[in-house]
Design a protein around this ligand. Structure first.
Ligand SMILES: CC(C)(COP(=O)(O)OP(=O)(O)OC[C@H]1O[C@@H](n2cnc3c(N)ncnc32)[C@H](O)[C@@H]1OP(=O)(O)O)[C@@H](O)C(=O)NCCC(=O)NCCS
Length: 199
């Protein structure tokens, strides 16, 4: 699952499953993205309030612990520093288990280097693993003013299925729309039926 990524600036990054020790770095990335404000729907108070709380929340996703079939949380590192993360998780209700949701976020100082695409590529490979098997639809929501992210998702085959008007209320009181985007995966081939000759 570990991948070395060649960055657009000539450097390298590592993409790998999260470990509990990533909590501090991940929290710093989330805080930096929220402070930057582009593409976000959270406020700082919505994030974990401490590294310990963040680490507790990561337990569910730590590779090999449990719940692997429900999803995968990846981190991207440059020189051992966490600079981004990506999550894919399957919906729990029985009739929705073929649907998964993705999220991705890169620290503002490491954006536009190819990490968002690298994380998305890795996440979209999850349905091909044993844990992710059966996922036929991957969806996400994205602010309609988030051109960078929308361009990335469209290049990966996602289509906008609908727009939630004025879903996001910004701190200055203005509103933003939000798109639901989805990618349909081909269903697995039907098992071959042996038809007995009735003649
Ligand atoms: C949106 C985001 C995930 C993209 O990741 P990234 O590492 O910055 O982008 P990448 O370098 O991987 O570029 C991927 C694509 O995004 C688009 N893109 C990236 N930077 C862009 C820019 N400044 N302007 C326009 N498009 C841009 C391009 O289509 C690019 O395609 P390319 O690989 O052919 O160049 C990242 O910028 C981010 O985390 N932003 C803040 C949080 C956020 O918006 N998360 C998504 C919420 S739905």
């Amino acid at each position: 699952m570990n991948r070395i990524v060649q960055l657009k600036n000539g450097g390298q990054a590592l993409v790998r499953p999260v470990v509990t020790g990533d909590a501090e770095g991940l929290l710093e990335v989330e805080r930096a993205i929220v402070r930057d404000g582009r593409g976000v729907v959270q406020d700082l108070e919505d994030l974990a309030s401490s590294v310990e709380e963040m680490a507790g929340g990561l337990q569910e996703w730590v590779s090999g612990k449990h719940s692997g079939w429900q999803g995968m949380l990846l981190v991207a590192l440059i020189s051992d520093r966490v600079v981004g993360s990506g999550l894919i998780h399957r919906f729990r209700p029985g009739r929705l288990r073929h649907v998964a949701q993705v999220e991705v976020g890169i620290h503002p100082d490491s954006q536009a280097l190819g990490l968002g695409r690298a994380l998305m590529d890795a996440l979209l490979g999850w349905p091909e693993t044993d844990n992710g098997s059966g996922v036929l639809r991957i969806e996400l929501s994205v602010r309609a003013d988030n051109d960078r992210a929308i361009r990335l998702y469209e290049s990966l085959g996602f289509h906008t299925e609908g727009t939630r008007r004025r879903l996001v209320r910004n701190p200055d009181g203005s509103f933003a729309d939000d798109h639901i985007m989805a990618l349909a995966l081909p269903p697995p081939p039907e098992p071959l039926q042996l038809v007995r000759d009735q003649r």
